[in-house]
Design a protein around this ligand. Structure first.
Ligand code: GLP
Length: 242
């Protein structure tokens, strides 16, 4: 079931989502959170930092599992997703870094890295909340539009539209890694709740795919229509067609 809520600002989205996380973690201190990168969750992460500093959320027993990571850039690179998570959230809250998991895109043995990540997911899952953004082409995590989708952690060749969208974070499009390691759709669909955040008109088409009833591997976000508990938090621009 999909519940859509529309807000005026990212701060209002963050305030609303922050309360959902506060309630969960206060009731379940060992909660397992599936986390996402990209610009969409940044306001929420700021809010979670505020709530932690105000001692309204204690992250000391929380476990996190991130969706994805670029292949071929160091974890210390400013655009790696490990670096992003440390900078945007983990360095500012009382979480234990050993409890935070991001796929390993730096190894030569990527197949092993995929197996290893799948084992972590099996050990700590199912997630209490999986947080998602969405790509302009409907990708979730780095599960790109395709004839078939994978439920397991795998290596993905990024689409040109994704490289173009993510080029804004790099000096040039040539520097955007062309491959990523991503969680498959399995753990997303098994998570107890999904919270998807999308803002801006560029996401409006992808969001429309959540309302059509059609499940299409060429638009991976459409699979969330099969999930029993999805909360979609939008601004008015992203909600243009809903
Ligand atoms: C990236 C990430 C996704 C993210 C998406 C949207 O490619 N792999 O997890 O949801 O792009 O990013 P943004 O929130 O910056 O629009």
């Amino acid at each position: 079931m999909i519940e859509i809520k529309v807000f005026e600002t990212q701060q209002e989205i963050a305030a609303y989502a922050g309360e959902v996380y506060k309630k969960l973690i206060n009731e379940k201190p060992h909660a397992v959170l599936g986390l996402a990168t990209g610009s969409s969750p940044i306001s929420l992460y700021k809010r979670l930092i505020e709530l932690n500093q105000a001692k309204e959320i204690d992250f000391s027993n929380v476990v996190t599992v991130n969706l994805d990571e670029y292949v071929g850039i160091e974890s210390t690179h400013s655009q790696s997703y490990r670096y992003f998570m440390n900078e945007q959230l983990f360095n500012h809250i009382n979480i234990s870094k050993e409890n935070t998991h991001v796929p390993n895109g730096q190894t030569q043995d990527l197949e092993h890295a995929c197996h290893e990540y799948e084992e972590i997911i099996d050990q700590v899952g199912p997630f209490d909340i999986q947080l998602l953004g969405v790509g302009v082409n409907g990708h979730i995590g780095f599960n790109e539009p395709s004839l078939t989708l994978n439920s397991l952690t795998h290596i993905e060749d990024l689409k040109t539209s994704t490289l173009e969208a993510n080029a804004r974070f790099f000096d040039s499009i040539e520097q955007v890694p062309t491959k990523a390691i991503t969680m498959g759709l399995g753990p997303i669909m098994k998570s107890k709740q999904v919270i998807l955040i999308a803002t801006g008109e560029s996401k409006a088409n992808a969001i429309k795919a959540l309302t059509t009833g059609i499940i299409d591997p060429q638009c991976p976000v459409s699979f969330l229509q099969l999930h029993p508990n999805v909360l979609v938090l939008l601004d008015t621009a992203a909600a243009k067609y809903v």
